[in-house]
Write a protein that binds this ligand. Structure first.
Ligand SMILES: Cc1cc2nc3c(=O)[nH]c(=O)nc-3n(C[C@H](O)[C@H](O)[C@H](O)COP(=O)(O)OP(=O)(O)OC[C@H]3O[C@@H](n4cnc5c(N)ncnc54)[C@H](O)[C@@H]3O)c2cc1C
Length: 430
């Protein structure tokens, strides 16, 4: 097996993945999907299931982008927070959007079972921990989720939380039902590709799309060595796409974020973290972590708008870990890697028909497992069955994301959020 994935804990523990040949020559299809992350693969799988002739073109390998590098945390909601969604879309539409995001969670679980995906290691449970003392804040959120969105969560006070996590950093928490979970993200992407292939989708790797010809009813999608002639094109290339089609690429800001995996930590890890749940800090610039299959701590956090990984990434993340769990003592970081998330200016996905029969399902930000799944599904539903559920995203248009200026603004706002977190965590509640 050739392993040309970027080095990560996931690439180290990935299942066997067939290397798919690049596109050579000219092929006809109904639909050409660009990008083999969750959005593109889910869209292709659904189209193939509906009997549509679909081709996927991937510049590198299946799951090579964010989909093979992320934290693996799966829960309802979007990268944008619910209050902001209500403000833009209104409560009724926000509810429908929430429901769709929840369906994305259920769809992942169902596909893992239906296609008997190996190495995905689904573990239920999702805990949101708070680094400042404000039970009222959690109670308010619990009420909003229950009343406005019909989603029940449980709150944990300091004592209850102390039974799960041995740290003085946290004050309270809220727990999502076992509906939410975590998985091995790369193995899930590989499982999706295998399922899509079983249903009849054709997937080409090392086939970077360089150009789109839009003349008339039939479009031509060009790679270095080949061309697909098709009726529909779906852009699912997210933050890794450069150029090709400006209305999409210029609307997506690439934002880098990072994950590390420690060496196996044995009993001291289990003594510190007595839950298999995914854990995320309720901060504006948050850390998230979980115990992996090999008793390693997988820890994610930090964002930058630079494309290369910071030289001292492992040391920085180790400091973050020890800031919460000093009693872990010394340990090695065995793997440290980064990935690019795609963000639109409104922090909501771009799920739309941009031009006639040119579609986009991208910009899922840091909450893409469920939403890329949902986005891929609704676009497939639109093409295969004429469904118009994708119009739920109509308030969130593809707008120029500001290029370099947009990236600088994101970096500044992240630093501001870090600063605000620090202030909030040192000031006792009124
Ligand atoms: C480190 C990290 C941690 C994260 N943690 C979580 C998490 O715990 N939970 C969660 O819900 N979300 C998380 N996310 C976000 C989530 O991973 C993404 O939102 C999601 O994977 C996006 O899927 P996608 O299919 O849109 O894009 P991608 O997975 O990025 O796929 C796009 C694909 O398009 C290909 N491509 C690009 N250009 C071209 C071209 N010209 N021609 C052909 N192919 C092309 C790329 O090679 C890539 O494979 C995280 C992201 C990162 C980076």
């Amino acid at each position: 097996m050739i392993n040309d994935y970027p080095a990560s804990y996931y690439a180290h523990t990935m299942i066997e993945a067939p290397v798919r040949s690049p596109l050579k020559g000219r092929l006809d299809a109904d639909v050409c999907v660009i990008g083999a992350g969750y959005a593109g693969l889910t869209c292709a799988l659904e189209l193939a299931k509906a009997g549509v002739d679909v081709v996927v073109l991937e510049a590198e390998r299946v799951g090579w982008g964010a989909s093979g590098r992320n934290g693996g945390f799966v829960s309802p909601r979007y990268a944008q927070d619910l209050d902001a969604i209500i403000k833009t879309a209104g409560l009724r539409q926000a509810r429908e959007l929430f429901e769709l995001s929840r369906e994305g969670v259920a769809a992942i679980r169902a596909m893992i079972t239906r296609y008997d995906m190996r190495g995905v290691d689904l573990v239920p449970g999702y805990l949101h921990v708070q680094r400042y003392d404000d039970m009222q804040n959690i109670a308010k959120l619990q009420n909003r989720l229950a009343v406005d969105f019909g989603y029940e969560v449980k709150t944990l006070d300091r004592e209850e939380l102390g039974c799960l996590l041995s740290t003085r950093r946290y004050h309270q928490a809220w727990y999502e039902s076992d509906e939410a979970f975590h998985i091995h993200p790369l193995n899930y992407a590989l499982g999706l590709a295998r399922a899509a292939g079983t249903e009849g989708a054709r997937i080409f790797e090392h086939s970077r799309v360089t150009r789109l010809e839009r003349g008339g009813n039939i479009k031509a999608v060009h790679t270095g060595q080949g061309q697909i002639r098709c009726k529909h094109v779906v852009f699912c290339a997210s933050a890794y796409m450069k150029g090709v089609f400006a209305p999409v690429s210029s609307a997506i800001l690439p934002v880098a974020t990072y994950v590390v995996a420690t060496e196996p930590l044995g009993d001291r890890l289990v003594a510190a973290i007595k839950t298999g749940a995914a854990i995320v800090e309720s901060r504006r610039a948050s850390n998230y972590y979980r115990i992996s299959g090999q008793n390693r701590l997988l820890w994610g956090g930090r964002i930058t708008t630079r494309q290369s990984e910071p030289a001292a990434l492992a040391a920085m993340m180790k400091r973050d870990i020890l800031g919460v769990y000093p009693r872990l003592g010394d340990f090695n970081i065995d793997f440290a890697w980064g990935g690019l998330m795609g963000y639109a200016v409104h922090k909501m996905p771009l799920v739309a028909q941009i031009r006639e029969n040119i579609w986009v399902a991208s910009a899922f930000g840091g909450h893409g497992l469920n939403t890329a799944t949902a986005g891929g599904k609704v676009i497939a539903g639109a093409i295969a069955h004429g469904n118009d559920r994708y119009k739920l995203f109509a308030p969130y248009k593809a707008r120029w994301a500001g290029g370099m200026i947009g990236r600088a603004a994101v970096q500044l706002s992240y630093w501001k959020m870090q600063f605000e977190d620090k202030i909030r965590e040192t000031i006792p509640p009124a």
